[in-house]
Write a protein that binds this ligand. Structure first.
Ligand code: MG
Length: 255
């Protein structure tokens, strides 16, 4: 797995998790975690020596429900007047390449490709205009959902929280252009979703401001920004990948 220069990675290296910046020759180790100033070292490790991990270990994962106009239309739902948020537990995080287990209690597990915001510093009651100062960068996420349990339970905790139900990665892009950013979801190589941030109902600064008006956001926390149309079921043996030229490919297999 090659790195993308200038992107931020969390890696398994010599039995430890390290942070590194993508480099033309591999991965350049950081002196410390990237929350605060990014300080690189002279050490570059080879792609052969590492395994790419989910890029953060969040204290919590906040997720926006309906946040794409065309997805709301697909579901014949009225546009929400304020963000609908829910939580996924940190134990749901999976790394790129990690296998996702289908829980026996669900017969309808679905993928949801999403852009994820990574928080860079402690944030509480942040105004929208200042939200960018609290964002470290952006990664890709799969908000895996047991749809049958979501409908049956009424509230979403069980449906969204199984171990492995939040693949994140493969890296953190420190900047994206929300006017042009797109991502896609492929199931076994077939295009299923295209996300275009211009279709978002609540843009990135609004989501950060709204979430921080409810709870204190800590460095490494993640906000999933909602899924575009085209969600669908996952079955044993599937390969599901969320891809963006700016961030790379987040692929997981289903077992
Ligand atoms: Mg979602």
């Amino acid at each position: 797995m090659n790195s993308q220069p200038g992107k931020l990675y969390r890696l398994q290296y010599n039995g430890h998790a390290i942070y590194a910046l993508g480099d033309p020759h591999g991965f350049r180790m950081l002196a410390r975690p990237p929350f605060g100033a990014l300080e690189t070292t002279s050490k570059v490790v080879s792609p052969r020596e590492v395994r790419i991990l989910a890029p953060v270990e969040p204290s919590k994962i906040i997720a926006a429900g309906l946040n794409y106009r065309n997805h709301a239309q697909e579901l014949s739902m009225a546009l929400p007047e304020e963000p609908l948020i829910f939580l996924k537990p940190p134990t749901a995080v999976a790394s790129p390449g990690e296998s996702i287990h289908l829980p026996p209690s669900s017969q309808q597990v679905e993928f949801e490709g999403e852009l994820a915001i990574v928080i860079g510093k402690t944030a509480k009651d942040v105004p929208e205009a200042e939200a960018g100062q609290y964002i470290l960068g952006y990664t890709l996420a799969n908000d895996i959902t047991a749809r049958d349990l979501q409908k049956r339970d009424g509230q979403w905790t069980r449906a969204k929280s199984f171990d492995g139900f939040c693949p994140l990665g493969p890296c953190i892009a420190l900047e994206i252009d929300p006017n042009t950013f797109t991502f896609t979801t492929h199931l076994n190589g077939e295009l299923k979703q295209t996300g275009n941030l211009a279709d978002m109902i609540f843009p990135i600064p609004r989501l950060v401001a709204f979430a921080s008006s409810v709870m204190t956001l800590l460095p490494g926390d993640v906000i999933l920004t909602g899924t575009p149309p085209g969600v669908g079921p996952l079955r044993t043996g599937d390969r599901i990948s969320i891809e963006s030229p700016d961030i790379g490919i987040l692929e997981n297999s289903v077992i």
